[in-house]
Write a protein that binds this ligand. Structure first.
Ligand code: SAM
Length: 197
């Protein structure tokens, strides 16, 4: 008897996040993205998911974390705060870049992280040892050539909720968020260069 309302709540919560990603209403009052380069609107990863992404990638002090579409900057700020990692967040929205920079100062990690207003499709990924993504499956597919050719062996790619098509993940971790919704975190470890496809 009690199960039904919980299931209904989960379905509604899942539908709300999907709608936000599709319609671009990640925050109340935020207009739908108009930038033609936009691959997804701003919807923040819950803190516990962001932390799990970093844990799964085994982020440490020696790492350089690139968050592609960094939103409010929480992933690179958390990586710096918890592990002392360096990080760069790439974000189209100038206001989010400004907010992220302010948050980094407030968190005392401004010496470790920076935020650039830049289209992720133009980023040189080669300095990164960890790449985090929460965009869409299509965006992941567009990013695959750069991931394949630019990341060095040993680098890790972590995606919140979206896979990489026929690239099978090394780890897929389902997680319940605070609202009871199941999220998935995917990890790929970059090995020796593969033949071009
Ligand atoms: C779903 S949010 C994820 C935010 C953050 N990575 C997180 O997990 O909390 C996606 C973000 O990517 C940004 N974005 C979308 N397309 C982009 C692009 N082509 N270049 C840079 N940022 C982009 C959006 O503005 C948005 O803030």
């Amino acid at each position: 008897m009690w199960r039904q309302p919980i299931h209904r709540f989960r379905s509604v919560a899942r539908a709300a996040v999907a709608l936000a990603l599709i319609a671009g209403c990640g925050e109340p009052g935020r207009p739908a993205p108009r930038d033609p380069a936009s691959l997804a609107p701003f919807v923040a990863s819950p803190e516990m998911i962001a932390e799990e992404m970093l844990r799964l990638a085994k982020v440490g002090k020696e790492d350089v974390v690139y968050d592609l579409g960094s939103g409010d900057g929480r992933i690179v700020i958390t990586a710096a705060r918890l592990y002392g990692a360096k990080g760069v967040g790439f974000e189209l929205d100038a206001d989010l870049v400004r907010r992220s920079t302010e948050s980094a100062h407030r968190a005392g990690v401004a010496h470790l992280v920076e935020f650039r207003q830049q289209d992720v499709m133009t980023v040189d990924l080669s300095p990164a040892t960890v790449v985090t993504i929460y965009l869409s499956r299509d965006a992941n597919l567009k990013l695959r050539p750069a991931i394949r050719t630019q990341l060095r062996p040993g680098a890790r790619v972590v995606s919140h909720d979206f896979d990489m098509g026929d690239w099978s993940a090394d780890v897929v971790r389902p997680l319940l968020d605070e609202s009871g919704m199941t999220r998935h975190v995917y990890l790929w470890r970059i090995g020796a260069p593969q033949p071009t496809r």
